[in-house]
Design a protein around this ligand. Structure first.
Ligand code: PMT
Length: 391
């Protein structure tokens, strides 16, 4: 999404200015070209030369160095991001004050804009900052953060510039086409854990990466997203409603709770098919059990297919081998609109990797095979297919 995009990065006078060097780097890693404009105060914290070395582009600081840079740079840019944005600059942006190159550029810029505030929490909660943040939001400016935690001054509270990966994701969000706007999508991700006793459980190798990539892509494309997640070590995407579930029964309850408002369900979770009949309240001692008595969990997709209506149901089939027949049988049994088959034994596919190799089979029996792709890309092809199915 950021490939070949021209990003204008405004840096203002906050201690967080040093973090923006990394931001510029990360944006460039995503394929963007970054031009930096700094206020005089920002140059007191960090030198323009550092940004110049990192971005390979000249850094502008002086309104009078070139008669037209306050117009030219803004015309050429696809996104204007100000990170960090101080209370002073935020208030000036909202009032239309143009007293340096950055604020002049803001006035001439007509594209999407993103602001990452950074300041002491007392400034952040001051009536004037609150008022001007509200005004900028009303005018369509996007915001990311601030985060909460220990501030440079040693105090605690909201005011830290948001973490760089979150800012990069927000840039992607702002620049993405909102072709799923109006849709409410329920995504499941990760494994479930079925307890044997307080310290042991039955689970599987799902990391949640596939489901989280789907949720991230749906948010970027403008959908309202509920993510029902099993226990994973991933940071949930911004803007999702997260429901955590440990066991298959909890996942089922979370899905049923969110179902009434969903018009599309995508089950990427690896739900345990069985659970120990007895869950001991104390730890089994060595040798005290030799076998587990298991009962079947409900099949969530099968259960919700009974009152499906117009809702789209997308399932995954995790198979050992590219077994199209098995995937087709699951598609029919669970009354799915689409099933995504992945052979979890193929290198680069299935569990706990950033890539997948999938075959899409829809209810009209159209079969489309894809090569090795990132899970983000797989999520995009699923949504492309969903848009086709909705026509
Ligand atoms: O999380 P990652 O590490 O990124 O790995 C991704 C993945 C391999 C987990 C994912 O790509 C995947 O294949 N998910 C589905 C795993 C699975 O449970 O497959 P299945 O063939 O057993 O189930 C078929 C479908 O029924 C799935 O959509 C599943 O969510 C659903 N199901 C299964 C069991 C159950 N009790 N209820 C269900 O709804």
């Amino acid at each position: 999404m950021l490939k070949d995009r021209k990003i204008l990065l405004g840096v203002t006078g906050s201690i967080a200015a040093y973090k923006s060097v990394d931001l510029a780097r990360r944006l460039m890693d995503e394929g963007a070209s970054v031009s930096v404009v700094m206020t005089e105060a920002a140059c007191r914290f960090i030198t323009p030369y550092l940004f110049e070395a990192v971005t390979g582009n000249p850094v502008r600081t002086d309104l009078f160095a070139d008669p037209y840079s306050h117009i030219e740079l803004s015309k050429q840019s696809d996104l204007f991001i100000i990170a960090p944005a101080t209370a002073n600059t935020i208030n000036k942006l909202s009032c239309g004050i143009a007293d340096n190159l950055l604020t002049n550029l803001w006035l001439t810029y007509e594209g999407p804009a993103l602001v990452a505030p950074a300041m002491n929490f007392r400034m952040y909660r001051s009536p004037s900052v609150k008022k001007h943040l509200k005004e900028l939001k009303k005018n369509g400016v996007h915001f990311v953060g601030p985060g909460s935690g220990s501030l440079a001054c040693g105090e605690e509270g909201p005011g830290r510039m948001e973490d760089i990966p979150v800012i990069v994701e927000s840039c992607t969000y702002v620049l993405s086409e909102k072709d799923l706007a109006g849709m409410n999508i329920l995504v499941t991700a990760g494994p479930t854990r079925e307890p044997i006793d307080p310290v042991r459980f039955i689970s599987n190798r799902s990391s949640g990466k596939m489901g989280y990539a789907i949720a991230r892509s749906a948010v970027r494309r403008g959908a309202e997203v509920t993510l029902v997640s099993g226990p994973v070590n991933l940071v949930p995407p911004e803007r999702v409603s997260l429901l955590s579930a440990e066991t298959a029964a909890e996942m089922e309850a979370a899905v049923l709770k969110s179902l009434p408002k969903a018009d599309c369900v995508i089950m990427a979770a690896a739900v345990a098919d069985f659970t120990p009949r007895e869950k001991s309240k104390v730890k089994h001692s060595k040798g005290s059990i030799t076998a587990l008595d298991l009962s079947q969990n409900n099949d969530i997709l099968k259960k919700i297919s009974k009152k499906k209506g117009d809702r789209l149901h997308i399932g995954f089939a995790a198979e050992t081998g590219k077994d199209i027949k098995k995937a087709e049988a699951k598609l029919k049994e669970k009354k799915l609109d689409l099933i995504v088959l992945n052979d979890v034994q193929q290198e680069g596919a299935g569990f706990d990797v950033d890539t997948n190799i999938v075959t899409l089979i829809d209810s009209n029996n159209t079969i489309t095979e894809y090569p090795l792709l990132s899970k983000d890309k797989v999520a995009d092809i699923i949504f492309h297919k969903i848009r086709e199915l909705k026509k």
